[in-house]
Design a protein around this ligand. Sequence first.
Ligand SMILES: Nc1ncnc2c1ncn2[C@@H]1O[C@H](COP(=O)(O)OP(=O)(O)O)[C@@H](O)[C@H]1O
Ligand SMILES: [Mg+2]
Length: 230
Amino acid sequence: MLSIKDLKVSYGESEVIGGLNLELEQGEILAVMGRNGMGKTTLFKSIIGVLGCGPKSSIKIDDVEVAHEPSYKRVRAGLAYVPQGRMIYPTMTVTDNIRVGLETAKSKDIPDYIYELFPVLHEMGKRKGGNLSGGQQQQLAIARALVTEPKVLLLDEPTEGIQPSIIKEMARTLKTIRDMHNISIIVAEQVLSFTLDSCDRFLVMEGGSIVHSSPRADVDAEKIKKFLSV
Ligand SMILES: Nc1ncnc2c1ncn2[C@@H]1O[C@H](COP(=O)(O)OP(=O)(O)O)[C@@H](O)[C@H]1O
Ligand SMILES: [Mg+2]
């Protein structure tokens, strides 16, 4: 569903990702774990096209090459991205925030499944996005991404700044989204309990490279914890 080959990403002269390969199956939820500064956000920004990549790098969504396409074409090809910090529009209503994801869609109606997944967004439709709690804002950001009907959803540290009880619920929600739409999801995370609850496969990044990989069945939680501790 997503195939990345020889991905190279730099900030000016400094190369942060130096030739990364990654394959994602349809319906798979993949965890990309790693401490701060290890390259998770850089990876996501290059997949969605906020950052450019090397001339020989390849990013394919369902066999469509998008590595050198602008972001809007990547969205059209089936990518959606929930950035770290959520980045909802605080002064816009909840409903209008979701409609941002429908900008290029034929219908501006928010599909029912969004409110089935996130009833609170229906109840709070007329409120300003900025007045929602952290967990509600995360739901809003996911809703905005989902209405583009992606094949691949990227979530950058969705549990950041969210209460433990809500984190449990969010793990269930991710699996529900996958089951409902059979889409693929990549979650960048530092919270291992969350990824253990929600993910099918685990990667660990260090210094812009993948240094560890394991399927859910073989996961060595202690080993991953060591990578995550300073
Ligand atoms: N805008 C930027 N300019 C220069 N270096 C950056 C920029 N953003 C991130 N970096 C560097 O890239 C590396 C990876 O950062 P990032 O992708 O944000 O990691 P993570 O998301 O895993 O915390 C870090 O060394 C960070 O300092
Ligand atoms: Mg980050």
